[in-house]
Ligand binder design. Structure first.
Ligand SMILES: Nc1ncnc2c1ncn2[C@@H]1O[C@H](COP(=O)(O)OP(=O)(O)OP(=O)(O)O)[C@@H](O)[C@H]1O
Length: 557
């Protein structure tokens, strides 16, 4: 099920609540230790310089100072580690969650999304949340705890200093809110430009051949350069605001500290205040502003996270069209698939399949044919469980007529443009069955008619295929993907245009092996080619989302 909470910033915080709580709690203890540290230091200096205490009388205070310093360093380190842990936990959970969600959305649901933009959101987008969780949130908490603690201590020591600090401190968050309002728009623009840059770059790489063929490669390079420049400029704008903000904050806090010092100076001369009080407050004053400055330095992390989260939430809001992985249920021998009155469509669009009924049995090669846009791929997507039906029913039965849920069907899919991951031939095959041994690989390759080809390669199954199978021909890729599908011994085998782009000899060989594979399993192929149609036991001809009755039994010419 989709957890609605994790695609919002509060949901993300809940994911890492424990380490984040530890980081914030330890930050509070460090704040208290800082006050103790400064108090001890002020007392030691006052005793030695103005009260003529011997050094030996200060042992206890010096030990306390050292202990407080050491403990603070250690706890601050632990707090930073806990913050990092919280960041890593939140980011990795969100990434896993998003990946799982995108797999459930499936290729049909993602068809309208740009791959480059998704890739940028999943990498850089999610990464921007780490500094938000690991730094911004603990600093935001420290910004409340430490200044309030210091204000409380100063209130007990000196009224004037309390007044100066109490009046100047709140100016910083107010100023931050004013700047933040404008900076958010800049961050959003910067983020949009990064997404555009990512998708345009990926598109250019994927379409390199087409761009070169049409002589548009240079133009495309200029476009990517232009986008990179736009992104650089908006990044510089954001940096400018960030630097200006911290410069103004430095100015404010230095002014406030100087004011405290001046007010003390005048009263020290007239003897209205002790050195200990003045020194203690002056040691605390910079620490009062330090968390405010640290907070402002990481404020852009929050704005970055808000911008990224908007995009990530949009991805999380995509409807899940696919269920869990089919392997979640034990498989049972499937003998027949019955589709009754199927209606389906995309998003809010009209129905593209209209009351379609069909039966697919084992031992029979079923071929789906029809004009482009008639609904062939949509029917296959329904059978593969990639999209839901709007009405009607798809049922699977075993030989005895007992129902088998769709999730338990073992399906092999051989697409027209298959995806091969970069790796060896064995890696490609093992995508379907990671634990398959070499004998299984050989058997599947032999069934797909590709074993001899593989064994004639110098490195055999260890031959690198390259990304998208660049080192192989179209026919070899097709047969390799068939071997991959056969590795799991599927009960249903689905082919999309299995003989397209093949020469007649190869096409006839592939069509014959598809017919052979139909023995003992359900085989469905989308095809227009006579070599496949002539071997079909059943031809389903679609027109505008409906089955054309007169073609139902016959074989298309
Ligand atoms: N992802 C999608 N979003 C919206 N509409 C879609 C989507 N995919 C297909 N369609 C529409 O659904 C209808 C059926 O498309 P489908 O891809 O099933 O046809 P097809 O017969 O497989 O076509 P082809 O042979 O060209 O692949 C078409 O009108 C098409 O425009």
């Amino acid at each position: 099920m989709q957890d609605r909470g994790t695609h919002t910033l509060p949901g993300l915080i809940r994911l890492s609540a424990i380490p984040l709580g530890v980081a914030i709690g330890l930050g509070g203890v460090c704040a208290a230790l800082l006050v103790v540290q400064m108090g001890c230091l002020a007392r030691i200096v006052d005793d030695l310089a103005f009260r003529s205490h011997p050094f030996s009388a200060e042992h206890a205070l010096i030990s306390s100072l050292l202990a407080a310093t050491l403990a603070r360093c250690l706890l601050q380190w632990c707090a930073d580690m806990a913050g990092e842990r919280a960041g890593i936990l939140a980011v990795s959970s969100l990434r896993q969650h998003l990946f799982r969600h995108l797999f459930r959305v499936g290729p049909v649901g993602l068809a309208g999304e740009e791959t480059g933009a998704i890739a940028t959101a999943l990498t850089d987008g999610i990464d921007t949340l780490h500094p938000y969780i690991a730094q911004y949130l603990p600093r935001a908490a420290a910004m409340v705890v430490l200044p309030l603690l210091i204000l409380g201590v100063v209130a007990g020591l000196d009224g004037w200093s309390f007044l100066i600090l109490a009046c100047t401190g709140p100016l910083i968050p107010v100023f931050m809110a004013l700047v933040g309002f404008r900076a958010q728009a800049m961050m959003d623009r910067q983020w949009t430009q990064l997404l555009l840059l990512g998708s345009s770059f990926l598109d250019s790489l994927q379409g390199l051949t087409t761009l070169r063929l049409f002589g548009r490669a240079r133009e495309r390079v200029s476009l990517v350069i232009q986008m990179a420049e736009g992104h650089r400029q908006s990044t510089m704008q954001v940096m400018r605001v960030a630097f200006l903000t911290s410069a103004v904050l430095e100015f404010f806090s230095s002014l406030a500290i100087a004011l405290v010092a001046i007010v003390f100076g005048a009263r020290l001369l007239t003897g209205h205040v002790t050195f200990y009080t003045a020194f203690f407050v002056l040691l605390l004053a910079p620490e009062y502003f330090a968390p405010l400055r640290a907070f402002s330095a990481s404020y852009h992390a929050r704005q970055n996270a808000v911008s990224a989260m908007t995009r990530l939430s949009a991805l999380m809001a995509l409807p899940e069209l696919q269920g869990d992985a089919p392997s979640s249920l034990p498989s049972a021998p499937l003998a027949t698939i019955i589709c009754r009155d199927l209606r389906t469509g995309y998003g809010d669009g009209p129905d593209v399949l209209l009351s379609l009924s069909a039966t697919f049995g084992s031992d029979v090669l079923s071929v789906i044919t029809g004009a482009s846009g008639s609904g062939k791929s949509t029917l296959i997507r329904l059978l593969l469980g990639m999209m839901p039906v709007r009405s009607g029913k798809i049922s699977g039965l075993d030989e005895a007529g007992h129902p088998i849920p769709q999730k338990a069907w073992k399906i092999g899919w051989v697409p027209q443009a298959p995806t091969l991951l970069d790796g060896t031939i064995a890696d490609t095959l093992r995508l379907a069955a990671p634990d398959a041994d070499i004998e299984h690989l050989r058997k599947a390759a032999s069934l797909a008619g590709v074993l001899t080809f593989i064994e004639n390669l110098p490195d055999g199954f260890d031959t690198k295929v390259g990304e998208h199978g660049a080192a192989l021909s179209g026919g070899e890729i097709r047969r390799l993907v068939l071997a991959r599908a056969l590795l799991t011994d599927p009960q249903v085998l689905v082919f999309d245009e299995p003989t397209a782009d093949l020469d007649p000899e190869n096409a006839a060989r592939v069509a014959a092996s598809i017919q052979r594979l139909a023995q003992g399993r359900i085989v469905i192929a989308i095809s227009h080619r006579p070599d496949v149609l002539s071997r079909a036991g059943q031809v389903l001809c679609l027109r505008d989302g409906r089955l054309v009755p007169e073609m139902d039994k016959g074989i298309a010419a």
